[in-house]
Design a protein around this ligand. Structure first.
Ligand code: ZN
Length: 418
């Protein structure tokens, strides 16, 4: 454990984390707080109360975000934003999201306790629907405030047929006035997000926290291969157009393509596959599967995408299949701000962490779309066994406190320099 004197109040942070984890709780440690649900609303209201108590000016916007603002001496100065999200996966844990929001609030509250009023406003942000589970597309609040929503997003429906529009309405937001909640270009100087690592690197290195140099951007495709069905006993092999044989070649091919450079963090996954008619004695006629391709380097990701598309085409020809590829999402990877990284490197030394681990984020976060309109930075807190999106997700409060302390020191340094 790092021996550092904390400026932030670990006990308060811990109590709030525990109280928030009761909202949407299932089992011993599970959390289900889907975006814009009743539980989400309850979570937002609780955190809003704490923000109010801390003297922040609070509001929810038309994207379903919660914002707590500490006014700056110069209210017009570009905002320093701290935050993350409060929504969860259906079988989520207690830490993914909340540590960034409550950590940000802890930072601002500590500033006030030390009678520090920054030159620029600081906003603590709880972004709505980072996870994307309910309506099938994530980062809603962060894409929203930075003007990056796609056409027709309001008409996306959840499993019960409730559209995003209805859900926003029920939450108390006005889906017809989304634009009024966008932040004007240049109004946010920087966005800093503390998050659990969701991977095993920090645990392996036995370090409580690390800083993030860049965030991978995901490319999501849906591939449809169509051949011809037939009796599994009577259609000779030479005459078959078996869509599943083609799909399995593509899946294995993707796995090889992304492993070309063993030192690169590129990852490729086929996580969902539908076989039609999906019957033991019928040659598969149609296979639909998803591709998730991520990299920190866009040029390399584009190159691999090209290779994959070419390979799919050649497999389709070889197996006499029709092919259709749809692009569902294409988000560029983003580098974190070198300026802020330098501050974090310096400040972590004052906390006794002489060589803070530096890693890239394979998962996307609200910081990714925020990079289009401001500088971004992230810091990671060690995750037990690298597990997340699961009730077993765990980080110790000691580690979270160390992360929050670095967030505080970084904020303090930034409000002097910006
Ligand atoms: Zn998260």
């Amino acid at each position: 454990m790092i021996k550092t004197k904390l400026t932030i109040n670990q006990e308060r942070l811990e109590e709030r984390m525990e109280s928030l984890s009761l909202i949407g709780k299932f089992g011993e440690t599970g959390v289900c707080r889907l975006a814009l649900s009743e539980e989400y609303k309850e979570g937002i209201e609780l955190v809003r109360e704490w923000m109010d108590e801390a003297g922040l000016k609070t509001r929810t916007d038309n994207f379903g975000n919660l914002i707590g603002r500490l006014e700056g001496k110069n209210p017009e100065a570009p905002i320093l934003m701290l935050g993350s999200h409060l929504d969860s996966q259906p079988t989520g844990g207690r830490f993914d999201g909340p540590i960034g929001v409550l950590g940000g609030l802890e930072v601002v509250e500590t500033l006030q306790e030390n009678s520090i009023q920054p030159e620029q406003p600081i906003e603590v942000m709880a972004f709505c629907d980072e996870e994307g589970y309910r309506f099938g597309i994530g980062l809603f609040g962060s894409r929203g405030i930075s003007g990056q929503l796609q056409e027709d997003e309001l008409n996306r429906a959840d499993a019960d047929g409730v559209t995003r529009r209805d859900a926003l309405d029920a939450f108390g937001a006005d889906p017809d006035a989304l634009q009024s909640s966008e932040y004007p270009e240049g109004s946010i100087a920087a966005y800093i997000e503390m998050h659990i690592e969701q991977g095993p690197v920090l645990e392996t290195e036995e370090e409580p926290i690390g800083i993030v140099t860049g965030i991978s951007g995901p490319l999501w495709l849906t591939v449809e291969l169509t051949g011809q069905g037939g009796h599994a006993g009577t259609v000779p092999m030479a005459l078959r157009k078996d869509a599943l044989v083609g799909a399995s070649k593509v899946i294995a091919g993707l796995n090889e393509i992304v492993k070309q450079d063993p030192d690169a963090p590129t990852v490729g996954t086929v996580g969902n596959l539908t076989v039609e008619p999906n019957a033991r004695a019928v040659v598969p006629e149609k296979v639909t599967f998803t591709v998730d391709l991520r990299d920190i380097n866009l040029e390399r990701r584009n190159r691999y995408e090209k290779q994959l598309r070419y390979y799919i085409k050649s497999v389709a020809e070889e197996n006499r299949l029709e092919v259709d590829i749809k692009e569902d999402s294409n988000i560029s990877p983003e580098a974190c701000s070198e300026n802020i990284l330098d501050i974090m490197r310096e400040e972590s030394k004052t906390m006794g962490i002489y060589q803070i681990p530096e890693l890239t984020s394979g998962a996307f976060h609200d910081a990714l779309p925020m990079a289009k309109s401001s500088e971004i930075a992230m810091l990671f807190v060690r995750s037990k066994d690298g597990i997340s999106h699961d009730p077993r997700e765990f980080s110790t409060y000691d580690d979270i406190a160390v992360g929050t302390e670095l967030l505080y020191k970084t904020t303090l340094s930034m409000i002097k320099k910006y």
